[in-house]
Ligand binder design. Structure first.
Ligand code: SAM
Length: 259
């Protein structure tokens, strides 16, 4: 049903766009896979997030990529044995994701179009700071996870320093495309952990940052290939992982996390 998603933004749309309007991704569609392009940092984050995902332990294991955008996760999980399904509101991103082997599904992460307990892994990369209903999104991520299933995520903290770096300075120097973020939606880690805990997932969070040389190389010379590494603080960007409590009894998989 992904072809029912919104098409390319029109000029009328653009003129009425407010911060965090997902139609902006339509105009930026060429950036998803452009080496050294506007979404370069997302490539580094996708690689770091995918490193948290172990190989599938059963045939037909499902990886749901929530808010998949252009499917930047794809090259990093392709050999791990999952059926990689990407969910996004925007058709332009889903097209790019499909071209890189992701199964595209048009949908809203606040109402994921998947059965309860169907996913072995949910990846929620750089999506939580874009949703207007964080509680519903977390509830949905946890609902679709199997007992023992894994969530991996990264997002932007709701601090003054992250607002400055991501929006005030970030949009000016080109770290983030202008208007893409609404700082009011940035996500406090304590709030996020509490929401996941309410739904049976204990999150482990750590601060992350791009390497200084990678960031400088990209900003000054549009050089791709930087990396994400651990940071001493979660004040700007942070990464998380957690297992859904319970023991999966399905075919071909016995391990899980007991409560
Ligand atoms: C910053 S991009 C991240 C894309 C991808 N996860 C990555 O890390 O490369 C945010 C994506 O979330 C999508 N999005 C925003 N709100 C959404 C929602 N409520 N449901 C589904 N997708 C959404 C946007 O269309 C966009 O593709």
């Amino acid at each position: 049903m992904w072809w029912l998603c919104t098409g390319r933004a029109t000029l009328d749309h653009m003129s009425s766009m407010v911060r965090n309007d997902p139609r902006q991704y339509d105009d930026l569609a060429a950036e998803w896979w452009r080496p050294g392009g506007g979404f370069e940092l997302l490539h580094w984050l996708a690689a770091a997030r995918a490193a948290l995902i172990p190989p599938a332990t059963r045939t037909g294991a499902l990886l749901i990529d929530a808010g998949c955008g252009g499917g930047l996760h794809a090259p990093h999980v392709v050999g791990k044995g999952y059926r990689h399904v990407g969910v996004d509101l925007q058709r332009s991103g889903l097209r790019a994701a499909a071209a890189h082997g992701v199964e595209p599904v048009c949908g809203d992460v606040t109402a994921l179009p998947f059965a309860t307990g169907s996913a072995d892994v949910v990846a929620a990369g750089e999506i939580l700071e874009h949703v207007t209903d964080l509680e519903a999104t977390v509830a949905e991520v946890c609902r679709v996870l199997r007992p023992g299933g894994l969530v991996v995520l990264d997002t932007v903290n709701a601090t003054a320093v992250s607002r400055f770096i991501t929006v005030t300075a970030g949009e000016w120097i080109g770290v983030a495309p202008p208007g893409l973020h609404d700082p009011a939606l940035f996500v406090d880690p304590k709030r996020l952990s509490a929401e996941f805990a309410r739904h049976g997932v204990r999150l482990h969070l750590r601060g992350v940052r791009p390497t200084v040389t990678g960031l400088i190389g990209w900003l000054l010379w549009k050089r791709p290939g930087g990396r994400i590494v651990g940071a001493p603080s979660k004040a700007v960007l942070y990464q998380g992982k957690g297992l859904k409590e319970g023991l999966y009894q399905g075919k071909g998989r016995k391990e899980g996390v007991t409560t």
